[in-house]
Design a protein around this ligand. Structure first.
Ligand SMILES: Nc1ncnc2c1ncn2[C@@H]1O[C@H](COP(=O)(O)OP(=O)(O)OP(=O)(O)O)[C@@H](O)[C@H]1O
Length: 241
C-alpha cells in the first residue's frame, strides 16, 4: 500500500443558496481512524463525497488537501451502508469488480486471499443474495481492500448489522484497515468511542473535536472511561445542533 497521507478539509458548503455548513476545518490524521458524528442531514455524507471527489449537488468553497501535496484522485475508496454488491456476480467476481471495470486483469489469487481473511473463502462462488447481511458487508470490505487505497471512507457500513456481527465487523475492519487514513461516518457514539483515534462532532458551524479515551483503539467497550466517554458524547450529541 502507498503511504497514507493526512487529509485537511476546510471550507463551507451551500445547497440551493442555503448554507449547509459554514467554514469548517477538519484534519484526518495519517494512518488513523477519524469518526464523524452529527445530526441527520448536517452534511456528514456530503463531506465524505467531497473527499471522495464524487459530484455533489451543492457548492463547496474551500480546499481538500493531502499532507504529501499530491492529488487524492485514485487514492480513495468508499464503503457504504448499502453494500452495493452486484447481484448477478459471485462474491469473488464482486471482489475484483474494480479491476474489471478498469479493463485490468484481476489478481484472483489476491482476491481469494482477501476473502479468506474476511472469512468468506467457502462462499466465493455464491451470489450476494444467498449471504447474510454481515457476510455481504464482509464481501464489501474485501472489495474495498482489493482496491488497496491508502484513504478509506466508511459511511455507516455497520449500522444495519446485529450487535454481535457489528462488533465482529468493527474488529475485522480495524485490523484490516490499520495504517490507512480512515473516515468513519457513524450515528453510534459507542462505535465512535470504540474505534476513533479522533472523534469529530459536526454541526452547521463547526467540526468540533471530541476527546476520546486515552488508550488507543480498539477500546474495550465496557472499560469505565469508555463507558463514561460514550455517555458524555451521547449527551453532547443531544444538545448539538
Ligand atoms: N442530491 C441532492 N440534492 C439536493 N439536496 C441534497 C442532495 N444530497 C444531499 N442533499 C441535502 O444535503 C444535506 C446533507 O445531506 P447529507 O447526506 O450529507 O447529510 P448526513 O449528515 O450524512 O445525513 P444522514 O445522517 O441522515 O445520513 C441534506 O439536507 C440533504 O437533504
Amino acid at each position: 500500500m502507498m503511504q497514507a497521507p493526512a487529509i485537511q478539509l476546510s471550507g463551507s458548503y451551500h445547497i440551493d443558496g442555503t448554507c449547509l455548513f459554514a467554514p469548517i476545518d477538519m484534519t484526518l490524521p495519517a494512518g488513523e481512524w477519524t469518526c464523524v458524528l452529527g445530526r441527520s442531514g448536517v452534511g456528514k455524507s456530503t463531506i465524505l463525497r467531497l473527499i471522495a471527489g464524487v459530484r455533489c449537488a451543492g457548492d463547496f468553497q474551500g480546499a481538500i488537501t493531502a499532507s504529501d501535496r499530491r492529488p487524492l484522485e485514485g487514492r480513495v475508496s468508499v464503503m457504504a451502508q448499502s453494500d452495493l454488491l452486484l447481484p448477478w456476480l459471485s462474491v469473488l467476481e464482486n471482489t475484483v469488480l474494480g479491476a474489471r471495470l478498469r479493463g485490468e486483469v484481476p489478481d484472483l489469487r489476491r482476491a481469494a486471499n482477501l476473502l479468506e481473511r474476511v472469512g468468506l473463502a467457502r462462499h466465493a462462488d455464491k451470489r450476494p443474495d444467498s449471504l447474510s447481511g454481515g457476510m455481504r458487508q464482509r464481501a464489501a470490505l474485501a472489495r474495498t481492500l482489493m482496491e488497496d487505497r491508502p484513504v478509506v471512507l466508511l459511511d455507516e457500513p455497520f449500522s444495519a448489522l446485529d450487535a454481535g456481527t457489528r462488533a465482529d465487523m468493527q474488529d475485522l475492519a480495524a485490523g484490516l484497515l490499520k495504517d490507512r487514513t480512515v473516515l468513519l461516518v457513524t450515528h453510534d457514539p459507542a462505535e465512535a468511542v470504540r474505534l476513533g483515534h479522533q472523534i469529530i462532532v459536526l454541526t452547521a458551524d463547526a467540526a468540533q473535536p471530541w476527546t476520546p479515551p486515552s488508550l488507543p483503539p480498539i477500546r474495550d467497550q465496557y472499560a469505565p472511561d469508555t463507558v463514561a466517554c460514550q455517555a458524555q458524547l451521547l449527551a453532547h450529541l443531544r444538545r448539538a445542533r
